[in-house]
Design a protein around this ligand. Structure first.
Ligand code: PHE
Length: 463
């Protein structure tokens, strides 16, 4: 056991682990996707539903992943093999590793965009630019396959370099620097945004709920967003948990990581909505163009916009990096534990694979018609559907296969609260799988027949 822990690596400190896991969770999902979906789904009411999803579904699934990881001290495939030998359950781990690889390959491409935007803003290219010019800058860049590929390569290399350093000296050390920097920049941006004229309109959009906008599809979006943002369903938290000692309190760890992830997403809303409302004619419901197409119009008009614009894209770049590290680590852990490769060889080869597999994504936004839509498809099938499928099987595994009392025993090491584990057992057995199954059915119906569950129910109930 000691030898296994020694060769696999271990977190050096509790705070280091929390920051690394929070770093894996905090990513483009928090700073780009959360404000985007909040804007599209009516603001405050969505935020409240999102918080409910994090607490009732996200935290329990995270706790499940951490407990499987720590109990088995193994990568996702090895973890399922250890608890349920000679069964098909290892396929759930396999799906997680595959999902990690797929998301990583496309995620590095978008991460590369954020870096390009740091440079564009520093160079002052947005100063005085009209909305048309801003759109033109974006479309010219994303359709230039070679340049997108170079930025993508840069991210892959950076991620491989950090992951090669190992758990404590690579991932933990990087997170200890990157996460506080991220928080500092975000707070600075929130301060700037809140002090803009007209900010109060944005604050009220963000904080006063209008429940008339809520329907089942809003709840579905909140759930999907919660899983993606908390990095659940593909064994990332399982892998991070596998480097934890029995002394650690898993319950409080899951709560801290979720709290950090949710607070950063919430703060990102404060950086974006007040600024958005301070500029005439911009709507919060613009969709995914919010970050690259709309925000430069704001940085263009506010005092010190160039500085804050640069800081914003730098923030996105850091957030993306701490997530690509987590994504790569899941796949690397698989090759180290299952194939007995060295960390260096695993990181290099998986990195090379992710770079190559990312090329169709790099060319999918205008550079090549053949690959058009490739990146969106990867994010839909792996970033949404596969994470939900993985999370569903993780709940069923922990709640029904592993034996809930064994799972509870693992959770109780290092945890002195007696009530929390029992509430968790109820959520993970009944509530989480049911809720996740509903989102999946909804997604499949949408894909197969083009209607959401909500639309069919409304029709059926004659609403
Ligand atoms: N949570 C990350 C984000 O918010 C994405 C991610 C998903 C990272 C799954 C690792 C695993 O951007």
């Amino acid at each position: 056991m000691t030898k296994a822990l020694f060769t696999r690596g271990n977190w050096g400190s509790r705070i280091g682990f929390i920051l690394a896991a929070a770093g894996c969770a905090v990513g483009l999902g928090n700073i780009w996707r959360f404000p985007t979906v909040t804007g599209q789904n009516g603001g405050a009411a969505f935020v409240i539903i999102y918080l409910g999803c994090v607490l009732l579904l996200g935290v329990p699934v995270m706790l499940a992943e951490l407990s499987i990881g720590r109990r088995t001290a193994s990568d996702p495939v090895g973890a399922f093999k250890t608890i349920a030998p000679n069964s098909l359950w290892k396929a759930v781990g396999g799906l997680g590793v595959l999902t990690g690889f797929m998301i990583l390959s496309s995620y590095c491409v978008v991460a590369g965009w954020t870096l390009k935007y740091v440079l564009v803003t520093i160079n002052g290219q947005f100063i005085g630019a009209s909305p048309e010019t801003i759109t033109h800058i974006f479309t010219t860049f994303v359709s230039d396959g070679t340049s997108v590929t170079l930025y993508h390569l840069f991210y892959v290399v950076l991620t491989v370099w950090i992951v090669t350093g190992g758990i404590e000296k690579g991932i933990e050390k990087a997170s200890m620097i990157l996460m506080p920097t991220l928080l500092l920049i975000l707070l600075l941006l929130v301060l700037r945004s809140l002090t803009l004229p007209g900010a109060s309109q944005g604050i009220s959009f963000y904080l006063s709920p209008d429940f008339s906008k809520v329907n089942l599809s809003v709840v579905m979006s909140a759930l999907g967003q919660a899983f993606f943002s908390l990095s659940l369903g593909m064994g990332a938290m399982l892998t991070y948990g596998s480097y934890l000692s029995k002394k650690e309190n898993l319950v409080s760890s899951a709560l801290y990581i979720s709290l950090a992830d949710t607070s950063i997403a919430f703060l990102a809303g404060f950086a974006i909505f007040p600024a958005l409302f301070s500029v005439e004619g911009l709507s919060p419901a613009v969709g995914s163009g919010l970050i690259f197409l709309v925000l430069p119009n704001i940085f263009n008009q506010i005092p010190f916009g160039q500085l804050f614009g640069t800081a914003f894209f730098f923030l996105l770049a850091i957030a993306a990096l701490t997530s690509t590290i987590g994504l790569l680590e899941v796949v690397v852990a698989y090759f180290i534990d299952q194939k007995k490769w060295s960390r260096k060889k695993s990181a290099l080869l998986v990195g090379l694979g992710a770079f190559l597999f990312g090329l169709p994504s790099a060319y999918s936004n205008g550079a090549s018609t053949f690959f058009a839509g490739f990146m969106d498809a990867i994010f839909l099938y792996f970033g949404e559907i596969s994470l939900a499928v993985g999370a569903l099987f993780i709940c069923l595994f922990v709640g029904w296969k592993w034996n809930i009392s064994a799972a509870l025993k693992e959770i109780r090491y290092g945890c002195s609260y007696s009530l929390v584990p029992s509430i968790w057992a109820f959520l993970i057995r009944y509530i989480c799988p049911t809720a996740i199954a509903i989102i999946l059915i909804d997604q499949f119906l949408l894909e197969l027949i083009g209607y959401r569950l909500t639309a069919i129910m409304a029709l059926y109930l004659g609403l």
